[in-house]
Design a protein around this ligand. Sequence first.
Ligand code: DC
Length: 232
Amino acid sequence: MSVARPPLIVAIDGPAGAGKSTVARALAQRFGLLNLESGAMYRAFALKAIEAGIATNDPAALDLLAHSTHVRLEPGLDGNRVLLDGLDVTAQLRTPEITAAASEVSVHPPIRRWLVGLQQRLGAQGNVVMEGRDIGTVVFPHAPVKIFLDASPDKRGERRYEQNRNTAVVTQLPVKVLEEIRERDRRDRTRADSPLRPAPDAAIIDSTDLTLDEVIERAAALVEGYLGGSDL
Ligand code: DC
C-alpha cells in the first residue's frame, strides 16, 4: 500500500557564512523548490526598527512595532525579494548595521514567535527549502530533510569577505568581518529562545575543507535519498 509522503521541506541551518544561501539556491533550482530565506525577515524588521528609532534591546517597543509591520518574501531564482510594508527593501538589507541589528532583534521571543508563524505559513504547502538558524529545530521540526551546514569561523570570515568584496555592498577589512561573524555567532548560539544548534536528526555538513560543488552534491544526495525512499 502506498502511503502519502509528507510535503518536502528542506531545512538548512547553520552559522553566518557557512554557505546556506548558496546551497539553498542550488537545491531550489535542482529540485524545483521555493527558496525562502528566513534571515531576510529578521533583517527587514531590523531595518524598520532602525528607521523608527527603536532600540534593538527594547522588547516592548519592538513588539509594538511588529504589530504594525508587514514583511513579505517573494522567492525568485536569484534569491528573495523582500517587501517591508509593501516596499521593496531587498537592496538595503546587507549592510553591517542591519546585519548586526537583525541578530539583536532576533533574540526577543515575541519577535521570533511572529516571524516563525509567518515562516510556517509560507512553507506549509511544502516543496520549499528554507534556510536560517532554527528551521530544523523550531520552524519545521518535522521537516523530512534537515541539514546543518557548518565551517570554521576563519573560513566563514574569509568567504564572507570575498562575497562582500565582489558585490561591493560593504567595504570592511577582513579582520573586521571575522570579528562581526564571531560576535553574531556568539549571540545566535547563546540566546535563550531557539539558539542556533543542529536538530538531533540533522545531517551535519562541515564545509571547511569542501568545495562548493562538493557541499551541494552532499546536500542534494540527502534530498534524493528522501525522494527516492518514499512513495509518490
Ligand atoms: O541568515 P541571515 O544572516 O540573513 O540572518 C540574519 C540574522 O537573523 C541572524 O544573525 C540571526 C537571525 N535569524 C534567526 O534568528 N533565525 C533565523 N531563522 C534566521 C535568521
